[in-house]
Design a protein around this ligand. Structure first.
Ligand code: FAD
Ligand code: ZN
Length: 471
């Protein structure tokens, strides 16, 4: 049976695009290198029509499919299980920008388009596509939409869902839904687009999307501020919103220990102001007028923040290169954490107003229950989203720590998130890592509705089975 399917897949995509031998690690191993599966084959169709034919062939053979974009997801959602029976459907070859409509401020691109090339295509046409995350050199727009990715500009422009107007999808039965509308208003029944966005490949395969473009700002300015506490960081956010309004496009918080890891492991990077402050904040302002206007706004904001005592010291980047360096420090935190050793990651959100109390209580709880734990806290404070991570005690055996405490740490953190009316996955999705936790923390009614949708749209359970919902 497998041989017959493989032959059909070769007939559809061509011999060289059905990989069964050689080193398939790039498709079989997750980005964090925590899990390696075994694929029946990696298939790389070259068009939407080929994707549809691949799906129909797999459905006929009752073989399940794992859609994959850049394989940068952090919840083990885009790699096969270890059965050797799943087909990885890579969208890598679908990477054309199909159209740009300047008057409608839209761009239509195929799912495998790498986010950075999409940003560049928008820029070349004189526009901004604002979705931005540290994985942008490898992740694809299809993967961004399938996970409803967030990133560093959500505060102003929203997450991937907010940036998408239309989709083209190959359904679980292998039909093509042509929903590539560029409409900003369309109330004609259930919103199928929003159903597929964030479904992590469990309902169908996104093959193209029509996305929103924005005018390029005249200037972008970055500042770095030292704050004494998370309360002060939230107070600064309020002030920044008052002073900058919609010009505030980024607001990231970084704990002292997190920045200390960057300083320790990437000595060539200059990490400003961190040794004297509990937290640092990275602010970005985008201005439609001029750099001088942006700078004046920033200066007034920082004066007000120092006057009220929520900021102790601050620097405003003098050049684009300096701004990039500041962002580079922020983006290096996950890598510095990896250098420091194995760790436990959480991607949580709670209402911004409750973040300081959440951090206070949860820090205290973890430190009491597991003496010596080191808390790596950073994230998109403007969105109420923290990467609230836990590093093993210094000098110990990190692998043994994870074996002994990972489950306990997760339970402590996610129970706290629930007490604070938050979410256990703010931007990375559920994948296979958080399926069990979702069952605990999502309401039974919501889970039941999700299962109803899954079985209606994917009756044979062949679309990324076991991800988001238990198989
Ligand atoms: P993949 O990893 O290939 O897939 C992710 C999921 O989507 C899987 O379930 C897969 O089956 C499904 N999928 C992929 N393509 C399709 C498709 N065309 N149709 C249907 N399903 C599909 N995420 C954030 O939200 N914000 C961040 O700030 C952020 N920062 C990151 C930084 C780093 C260094 C790394 C490594 C990751 C980061 N991520 C972040 C997570 C990840 O980059 C995003 O989730 C990204 O959107 C995944 O895109 P991808 O193309 O790599 O998808
Ligand atoms: Zn993030």
């Amino acid at each position: 049976m497998s041989q017959a399917l493989l032959q059909s897949l070769r007939n559809i995509c061509g011999q060289s695009h059905v990989l069964t031998e050689g080193d398939l690690q790039a498709w079989e191993m997750d980005w964090r290198k925590r899990t390696r599966g075994k694929a029946l084959a990696v298939v790389r169709p070259g068009s939407t029509g080929e994707v549809a034919r691949v799906v129909r062939a797999c459905v006929a053979a009752r073989v399940s499919l794992v859609p994959q974009g850049g394989n940068t997801g952090l919840v083990v959602g885009s790699t096969p299980d270890d059965s050797g029976q799943q087909v990885v459907l890579s969208l890598q070859r679908l990477r054309a920008v199909r159209a740009i409509d300047p008057a409608n401020l839209t761009l239509t691109a195929e799912a495998g388009c790498v986010l950075q090339s999409l940003q560049e295509a928008a820029l070349k046409a004189g526009f901004l596509f604002p979705l931005s995350l540290a994985a942008e050199g490898s992740c694809t727009i299809g993967g961004n939409l399938a996970t409803n990715a967030g990133g560093t500009q959500v505060l102003r422009y929203g997450n991937a869902r907010d940036l998408c107007l239309g989709l083209e999808v190959v359904t679980a039965s292998g039909e093509v839904w042509e929903g590539l509308t560029g409409l900003r208003k369309d109330n004609t029944g259930y919103d199928l687009r929003d159903l597929y966005i964030g479904s992590e490949g469990t309902l169908g395969i996104i093959t193209a999307a029509t996305l929103k473009l924005y005018p390029l700002p005249a200037a972008r300015l970055t500042a770095w501020a030292a704050v004494g506490s998370m309360d002060a960081a939230v107070a600064l956010l309020g002030l920044a919103q008052q002073h900058l309004g919609a010009n505030l496009t980024g607001f990231e918080v970084m704990g002292q220990f997190a920045l200390g890891l960057v300083a320790r492991h990437f000595g060539q990077l200059k990490v400003p102001l961190y040794d004297s402050a509990a937290f640092c904040v990275l602010l970005e302002c985008s201005d439609q007028e001029s750099e001088a206007h942006a700078r004046a706004q920033f200066e007034r904001l920082l004066e007000a923040a120092m006057a009220c005592g929520c900021v102790s010291d601050a620097v405003v980047a003098e050049s684009l290169a300096q701004a990039r360096q500041l962002w580079h420090v922020r983006e290096s935190i996950p890598l510095a954490q990896a250098e420091e050793g194995l760790n436990i990651k959480h991607d949580i959100s709670v209402p911004v107003s409750r973040i300081p109390e959440f951090v206070r209580q949860t820090d205290a709880l973890l430190e009491k229950e597991i003496p010596g734990v080191r808390l790596v806290n950073f994230g998109h404070l403007g969105d109420g989203n923290l990467h609230y991570n836990v590093q093993a005690p210094a000098g110990g055996d990190a692998a043994a720590f994870l074996r002994a405490h990972e489950e306990q740490v997760n339970t402590l953190v996610y129970d706290a998130v629930q007490r604070f009316d938050g979410s256990i996955s703010a931007e990375h999705g559920v994948g296979s890592l958080k399926v069990g936790k979702l069952e605990i923390h999502k309401s039974p009614v919501a889970l039941s509705l999700m299962r109803t949708l899954k079985s209606a749209l994917d009756p044979h359970n062949l679309m990324n089975p076991g991800r988001v919902l238990r198989a």
